[in-house]
Design a protein around this ligand. Structure first.
Ligand SMILES: Nc1ncnc2c1ncn2[C@@H]1O[C@H](COP(=O)(O)OP(=O)(O)OP(=O)(O)O)[C@@H](O)[C@H]1O
Length: 356
């Protein structure tokens, strides 16, 4: 359906990627992941020529859209795009936003466009807010309206450019659920995303971009659980681990907790796990470990790991000094709280690991 051949893009002397080859078949859902700045969005924008590639060709249904004189408007209608920042017209209602392109570009009558728009808004759960202005909507609702607007054009493929990156974490799920529904109904999609669990669950293929191109591509089970190449492994492992070393007795426990919560949300840990991890950090660090540390200089390594495979969150805390969980200095109330929220507590070398 889409055939990408030798695609390269530079901005001046900045080579973003080169020589990308990908085939996208109907019904595919391709996730594009990779470190910040590796060119994911630029790659997406080159597929529908929002950016002109420096070299290479893109074919859609056998037609080369990168050829000189190709009917760009017609071709772009086959490819919808959903942006990080929604791009709704702020002076129009949700309904008007969705009706506009089908009327202007596809010549639908007002009645036809209304019926179509309501159908699309119903699909994304936004029918009852059809008459709202964008400013009256939450971020998640705006993005769902933007998806309805895109679907109303009946595209053959939808390109999603980090559709949840601008959203408050509480709104990510509602947007991902709408995308999941589209994919399950056979919509061909390419999604640039930082939501790894989502990419893992939904994609037929995952592209890991790095080193100025596609560094590794494969089914989600390969990329997330058994990556073949070094940089993919490092990227995936880093995503699954939060690490911080505490060197000051007066460290900011709430700052640490905030960063850990953000990490956990990115991993799609459950709210229960997120509550537990905060409790564990407070009790373990403040009430059990810190009081036992001797001298001014301390070093406590905190690692929070999330296993995508079995959805288990674990907290590992290790110190460069001996410490005990019970009796000598340990706070028994804190220990019973740790036991209450952990499925297992394991002593390891100079630390302790709690499974939540
Ligand atoms: N319009 C532009 N003009 C000049 N340079 C650009 C332009 N758009 C992107 N770049 C550069 O291209 C590179 C890739 O950017 P891009 O936004 O595609 O990366 P990304 O992987 O999507 O990043 P992120 O995950 O942070 O969104 C960066 O070095 C960026 O500065």
């Amino acid at each position: 359906m889409i055939h990408i051949e030798g695609l390269s893009k530079s901005f001046g002397s900045n080579l973003v990627f080169q020589d990308i080859h990908v085939d996208i078949e109907q019904g595919d859902c391709i996730s594009v992941i990779g470190p910040s700045g590796c060119g994911k969005s630029t790659f997406l924008r080159c597929i529908n020529l929002l950016e002109r590639p420096t070299a290479g060709s893109v074919y859609i249904d056998g037609q080369e859209i990168t050829a000189k004189g190709a009917p760009l408007d017609q071709i772009r209608r086959k490819m919808g795009m959903v942006y990080q920042t929604f791009n709704l017209f702020s002076h129009k209602t949700v309904l008007e936003n969705v009706m506009m392109a089908p009327m202007q570009l596809q010549g639908l009558s007002k009645k036809e466009a209304f019926d179509l728009a309501m159908e699309c808004l119903t699909q994304v759960g936004m029918a009852e807010r059809a008459d709202y202005m964008p400013s009256q909507l939450s971020g998640g609702q705006k993005q769902r309206a933007a998806i309805a607007r895109c679907v109303a054009m009946k595209p053959e493929i939808i390109l999603f450019d980090e559709p949840t990156s601008a959203l408050d974490p509480t709104m990510v799920d509602e947007v991902l659920a709408v995308i999941r529904r589209l994919v399950n109904r056979g919509m061909t999609c390419v999604i640039v995303t930082h939501e790894m669990n989502f990419a893992k669950a939904i994609s037929s293929q995952v592209i890991y971009m790095d080193e100025k191109g596609i560094y590794e591509m494969g089914p989600p089970a390969q990329i997330f659980d058994a990556p073949k190449r070094e940089r993919t492994k490092a990227f995936i492992n880093r995503l699954k681990t939060f690490q911080q070393t505490i060197t000051d007795r007066k460290f900011d426990i709430y700052g640490l907790n905030g960063a850990v919560v953000e990490f956990c949300r990115r991993q799609f840990a459950t709210e229960k796990q997120i509550y537990r991890v905060q409790l564990v950090l407070e009790e373990l660090l403040i009430n059990i470990m810190l009081p036992q540390m001797k001298g001014e200089r301390i070093a406590i390594d905190v690692t929070v790991e999330y296993s995508m495979k079995d959805s288990v969150l674990s907290v590992f805390a290790a110190a460069d000094q001996e410490f005990s969980l019970e009796e000598q200095g340990g706070d028994d109330l804190s220990l019973s709280m740790l036991k209450a929220v952990s499925t297992d507590i394991v002593r390891e070398a100079n630390g302790v690991r709690l499974f939540l």
